[in-house]
Design a protein around this ligand. Structure first.
Ligand code: AQP
Length: 351
């Protein structure tokens, strides 16, 4: 079975972008794939080192996974820091990757801001840890939002360079496997991971600015719908969402140059699990004042069961903790086997 890996950082409230761009896809992939879903707590200290309640945030993301419908028995749910292989393999990848590759990452440039010299070394190396998360399980597919595309390309570059630089060692250690690289099949160790970035909500934009992605770190809470918002908050935020003065177009082409309209229609389509064209066939010609209440009703209908179940799970977090412990043990067994192979390939002495 193809293996899926993906992660979410425990840095603040989950929003509709995280849900539609990532978590809901995680749920769908369970049917056809062997899935590993991780709360990437080590990533969460790259921007802000000290957190008030990192444990609580970690449990909250786990609750969202479970409430959305991820089955932790059939698949694996755990928090990253439980499995030492993530940090260990990231070190190896720090030595595989080149500084220039990291300097080119747009997320680093955005998050480091103007004072780059003062960003943490961890923030620069973030993509290397992300590559380790994925390749520790030799995952073949990674469902993510569009913002992570560049990091996944880097993961592919790291896997390819490792396979290439160590090709003789991989063969000598007897741990190679056929790896598809474009049209070619080579003997390598790490797969060249395929990103799964598809559907109408790969990049949900801010409700206040159609040119910025919806983000946990946006200072304005009105810019995003949080998974834990109640019906009133959801309706208020949608009512206040920025729009242009025109009526909705009847066809998708009519959304060109109207980023806010495009975003709201995309969100509606994703929530309804229908295409943008179908939504516009229904709402074309109508004003936002008619569309917004319908959108709010749909958002509440889809999100309320998830947030209700999250609250229930978080009220007595023993179950969450047990899921993470069990998931950590099962992930740890896969990771340990990979690390043994990697040590053998590199030539690090072990028992
Ligand atoms: N706006 C978005 N639209 C679609 N998908 C999104 N994702 C994030 N924002 C959007 C996807 O959610 C997953 C988890 O993200 P993360 O928490 O690991 O990292 P992030 O991308 O840094 O999330 P945020 O909310 O935007 O936080 P900040 O404000 O820190 O940048 C990923 O698959 C991501 O693609």
């Amino acid at each position: 079975t193809p293996r899926v890996f993906s992660g979410v950082q425990p840095t603040g409230n989950l929003h509709l972008g995280n849900y539609l761009g990532a978590i809901r896809k995680f749920v769908a992939l369970q049917e056809s794939h062997d899935c590993i879903y991780c709360v990437v707590d080590l990533h969460s200290i790259t921007v802000q080192l000290v957190h008030d309640d990192l444990r609580g945030q970690t449990r909250s993301i786990t609750a969202a996974f479970l409430a959305a419908g991820i089955d932790p028995k059939q698949h694996i749910v755990f928090n990253q820091s439980r499995v030492p292989g993530h940090a260990e393999l990231a070190w190896v990848f720090n030595c595989v990757a080149r500084i220039g590759w990291m300097n080119r990452m747009t997320q680093f440039k955005e998050k480091a801001g103007k004072d780059r010299e003062n960003a943490s070394l961890g923030l620069l190396a973030y993509p290397s840890l992300m590559a380790a998360d994925i390749l520790l399980y030799r995952a073949t597919h990674v469902p993510v939002g569009d913002d992570q595309k560049q990091h996944l390309e880097l993961t592919r570059d790291i896997a390819a360079k490792f396979n290439n630089d160590f090709s003789d060692k991989i063969a000598a250690a007897g741990v190679g496997q056929p790896i598809q690289m474009g049209d070619e099949t080579v003997n390598g160790y790490f797969p060249i991971t395929e990103p799964l970035i598809e559907g109408p909500a790969t990049r949900v934009m801010s409700l206040k600015d159609g040119s910025k992605k919806m983000s946990k770190s946006d200072p304005s809470d009105l810019s995003r719908i949080n998974l834990t918002d109640d019906a009133d908050a959801i309706s208020r935020k949608i009512r206040k969402a920025r729009t242009d003065p025109d009526a909705l177009p009847s066809e998708v082409d009519g959304l060109t140059g109207r980023p806010e309209a495009d975003n709201l229609i995309g969100i509606y389509a994703a929530l309804a699990e229908r295409s943008k064209a179908e939504i516009l066939a229904e709402f074309g010609g109508r004003q936002f004042s008619e569309f917004k209440p319908a959108m709010a009703e749909l958002a509440v209908e889809k999100l309320a069961p998830v947030s209700g179940e999250m609250r229930r799970l978080l009220a007595a977090p023993d179950h969450i903790d047990a899921v993470l412990k069990d998931g950590g043990e099962r992930a740890g067994a896969i990771a340990a086997a990979t690390m043994n192979d990697v040590k053998d390939i590199i030539g690090l002495l072990r028992d």
